[in-house]
Design a protein around this ligand. Structure first.
Ligand SMILES: Cc1cc2nc3c(=O)[nH]c(=O)nc-3n(C[C@H](O)[C@H](O)[C@H](O)COP(=O)(O)OP(=O)(O)OC[C@H]3O[C@@H](n4cnc5c(N)ncnc54)[C@H](O)[C@@H]3O)c2cc1C
Length: 410
């Protein structure tokens, strides 16, 4: 039988993980990665943290040494954007260069940071997604005194924490009255805003930028909706991403809301899979379709798809979604998938910032957010996996041993 060619579009978390897992599983066909990025795959989470602060440099940021791709028989083509093609004919069109044929296709395309209407296209206004973005922000921060962050989500917050570590003044402007409340509830949002305030960030919630002041091609200040005029010399827009759906649309793949709907094995159709930020995955354990924008999720999904391809049959991908965020001395971890409207059960020391919040729906734990509390996080994962109801009062009571409430590891 002729050897198969797997073509992976996207050289980020999901794409890179899939390529290496295919080899690990003994897949002996061709593996091609087509990536629009200028650089070979790198660890995106470092870009708002250690790399931005200058604590690690490039070799550590890349996921693998360059020669590793050839050694593993992975044909990595950077600066290569796929513009369309035909699923029926199993062929991709590139923005430049000859078409590429495939037997199996995997798309892990990530997202593009949103911009806001009215924001000047100035040299000191940035968004952060790529290694080059991070390098440019790092350079601009070096000479800056005061950073304006528009948006208090994770990217904004991490860059804010990094800028404080570099001794910069930080002004954080967030339109919502409480940051992150939609995802985690208001109480968590308040804790989180207080952490930044305690570290000297000027956090303005329920506030937007009303007017941008420029000099030449440079933003010099803003007028805020609270009437204040603020001088700033670097701006980061961190107001979320739009998943990259242009290619799936051009290929005629289904789109639902902001993602590409998949089955439990991340399959969209015959020989076509999607992973990462663009995937609306029918999660077998949680019983719902989820789209998650996190590193470990994309990586795990890429590996899960590689397992299916190497095995020659589709294996449902059931890992509980996970992400982390490091800001100052705070390690935040989140397992599962919930909304801020689910019933939040707190356990631990809120004032000391060592606690977990369990999110319950119909008595079942959907997610757990842990702040400096690995034990609570582990227990939460087992509760999520068990799909059995838990007693919320006992869960909230730190005197009750977690082992009593949590099913034993199987
Ligand atoms: C600064 C930063 C910090 C982060 N920190 C964390 C963190 O601490 N924890 C966490 O869980 N998550 C974090 N994330 C989120 C995480 O990085 C993403 O969720 C993850 O990278 C998604 O993986 P992916 O494979 O879907 O997309 P990506 O990793 O974005 O990779 C997409 C790839 O597809 C390529 N591409 C897109 N369209 C095309 C096309 N048409 N043709 C060819 N190539 C194309 C892109 O160039 C890119 O190489 C962070 C993200 C950023 C930007």
């Amino acid at each position: 039988m002729a050897k198969q060619r797997v073509v992976i579009v996207g050289g980020g978390s999901g794409g890179d993980a899939a390529a290496f897992m295919l080899r690990k599983k003994g897949f002996d066909g061709e593996v091609v990665i087509l990536s629009a990025d200028h650089d070979r795959p790198y660890d995106r989470p470092y870009l708002s943290k250690e790399f931005l602060r200058g604590e690690i440099d490039l070799p550590k940021v890349y996921l693998h040494p360059e020669e590793e791709y050839a050694r593993q028989g992975i044909d990595l083509r950077v600066n290569t954007r796929v513009s369309g093609g035909s699923i029926k004919e199993r062929r991709l069109e590139l923005e430049s260069g000859a078409p590429v044929e495939y037997d199996v296709l995997l798309l892990s395309l990530g997202g593009t940071p949103r911009r806001l209407p009215g924001v000047p296209d100035a040299e000191n206004v940035f968004t952060l997604r790529s290694l080059r973005d991070s390098s440019a922000i790092k350079q601009a921060l070096h000479a800056a005194k005061r950073l304006l962050l528009v948006g208090a989500g994770f990217i904004g917050a991490e860059v804010g924490a990094s800028a404080r570590a570099l001794g910069k003044e930080v002004l954080m402007v967030e339109a919502a009255p409480v940051p992150l409340s939609r995802a985690f509830g208001e109480e968590v949002g308040h804790v989180y805003a207080d952490i930044h305030r305690d570290h000297g960030v000027d956090v303005r919630t329920g506030t937007t930028v009303k007017q941008w002041h420029t000099s030449g091609n440079h933003v010099t200040g803003v007028t805020l909706s609270d009437g204040g005029r603020e001088d700033v010399d670097v701006v980061l827009l961190a107001v979320g991403i739009d998943p990259n759906l242009e290619l799936p649309k051009a290929l005629g793949l289904p789109i639902e809301g902001t993602g590409v709907p998949t089955d439990e094995a991340l399959r969209v159709g015959d020989g076509v899979y999607v992973a990462g930020d663009i995937a609306l995955h029918q999660h077998p354990l949680l019983g719902r379709a989820l789209r998650v924008e996190h590193w470990e999720v994309a990586k795990g999904q890429g590996r899960g798809i590689a397992n299916s391809i190497a095995a020659g049959n589709d294996v449902p991908y059931a890992k509980v979604p996970y992400f982390w965020s490091d800001q100052y001395e705070v390690k935040l971890e989140y397992n599962g998938h919930a909304s801020g409207e689910d019933h939040a059960v707190w356990r631990g020391d809120r004032a000391g910032r060592q606690f977990s919040v369990f999110y319950l729906r119909d008595g079942l734990v959907q997610a757990v957010l842990s702040m400096n509390d690995a034990e609570g996080g582990d227990a939460g994962v087992r509760l999520i996996q068990s799909r059995t109801a838990v007693n919320a009062h006992k869960l909230a009571d730190s005197e009750v041993d977690l082992a009593e409430l949590v099913p034993a590891k199987s």
